[in-house]
Write a protein that binds this ligand. Structure first.
Ligand code: G6P
Length: 369
């Protein structure tokens, strides 16, 4: 099918904006809003019988998996092992009875993810695939398919597939929590209610993209950028750095905020902007205290938090910039915080004049090793 850019300058801009809509499609696939329940497809993984879940993927899909690990541990008390597919496929993993595995891929064609999935399956593990393209090699070989319903993603740098992967994984993790008896019906209802708010919150952030364009101007001259986050915001820091690298060619690294003092703080000076992802959660104070360590060393920070958080951080005069986020259930924050992270990378690239939709040296789908 032919997909156009509509009124947008780039596919990436269109795909960032349509996230509110496609995430609601992803959710509608698994949620029963009236009942406040999640229903996974028949014949899928029975999480009540799983003693260990392996997750694997490449690139952005891997970071979605990393966030899901936090959800599955917390909501389903399920031990999760996660690795990039190019490593997992060659590791001598001692798969055991009770193991299941989930592989995440937008295209369903990534050579390493497909090979890692086939290897797990050949080892007797039940394998599920979280896919956007449901007519793909991975769809054919998986024991169970979980579609993410993002629609065709044309921009090489993944955006809407990432948030639809997250929406799908959140539903899977909640359902797993119910199946394993760790979430009550009331817990499930509450989380479903919070999930249903997500598309509107994403649209709220999208509507303020001009502010994020302004913030991006501060990243344009940088040759290195650091992203910090804790908990579920840590994988998002990794994703933020990946997005920026891919399309603006600026060197960027994501770190767990607590790891800052074990190395990366040595890089801090006034030329290295630091993007701090600090939603209003149990980690907020610690992340902000890491931010103050950066500021004390002359570092220039951009803080993403709620307006309350921005106030509590009391750093306004010392910040390079900030962006006020809507409040969101803390565990689900990555779905909403993904939007400013993507827009920062997008506008940085636009102002640098790089080829946003077709970055140099990258392919949408890597079907060779
Ligand atoms: C390529 C793309 C990335 C994507 C990765 C995994 O490197 O440029 O955006 O995250 O492949 O692709 P998949 O289709 O398996 O999600």
């Amino acid at each position: 099918a032919l997909v156009g850019k509509g009124r947008h300058r780039h596919f990436m801009a269109k795909e960032i904006e349509e996230q509110a809509e496609v995430v609601s499609h992803a959710l509608a696939t698994y949620l029963l809003p009236a009942e406040g329940k999640i229903e996974l497809p028949e014949g899928g993984i029975d999480f009540s019988k799983v003693s260990r879940l392996t997750i694997s993927a490449c690139g952005t899909a891997f970071y979605a998996g990393l966030i899901a690990k936090y959800w599955l541990e917390s909501w389903a008390r399920l031990p999760v092992e996660i690795d990039i597919a190019s490593e997992l496929r060659y590791r001598d993993v001692p798969y055991q009875k009770g193991d299941s595995a989930l592989f995440i891929s937008q295209s369903g064609e990534t050579a390493d993810t497909l090979a890692a999935m086939r290897h797990a399956k050949a080892s007797g593990v039940k394998v599920g695939a979280i896919l956007n393209v449901v007519e793909s090699s991975m769809a054919r070989d998986a024991d169970a398919i979980y579609p993410i319903k993002a629609g065709p993603e044309i921009g090489v740098a993944s955006t809407k597939a990432f948030t639809c992967q997250l929406a799908t994984l959140a539903c899977i993790a909640i359902a797993a929590g119910r199946q394993r008896g760790h979430l009550t019906e009331a817990d499930e209802k509450r989380l479903v209610h919070e999930l249903l708010k997500i598309p509107r919150l994403m649209a709220d952030v999208s509507s303020k993209e001009r502010d994020l364009e302004q913030l991006a101007l501060d990243l344009v001259p940088a040759s290195d950028v650091i992203y910090l986050g804790r908990g579920v915001s840590f994988p998002l820091a990794l994703e933020g750095a990946l997005k920026l690298k891919e399309i603006s060619y600026i060197h960027a690294e994501g770190y767990a905020a607590g790891e800052l003092k074990h190395g990366p703080i040595a890089l801090i000076d006034e030329h290295v902007p630091v993007v701090v992802i600090a939603p209003d959660d149990q980690h907020f104070e610690k992340t902000v205290s890491n931010m103050h360590e950066v500021i004390a060393r002359g570092g220039k920070c951009i803080l993403l938090s709620t307006s309350e958080g921005l106030e509590k951080a009391r750093a306004d005069d010392e910040l390079l910039g900030s962006f006020a986020m809507p409040s969101v259930e803390p565990m689900l924050a990555p779905l909403v915080y993904a939007v400013p992270i993507q827009l920062l990378a997008y506008y940085t690239a636009v102002h640098k004049g790089t080829d946003v939709d077709q970055p140099r040296n990258l392919a949408k789908s890597v079907t060779v090793e």
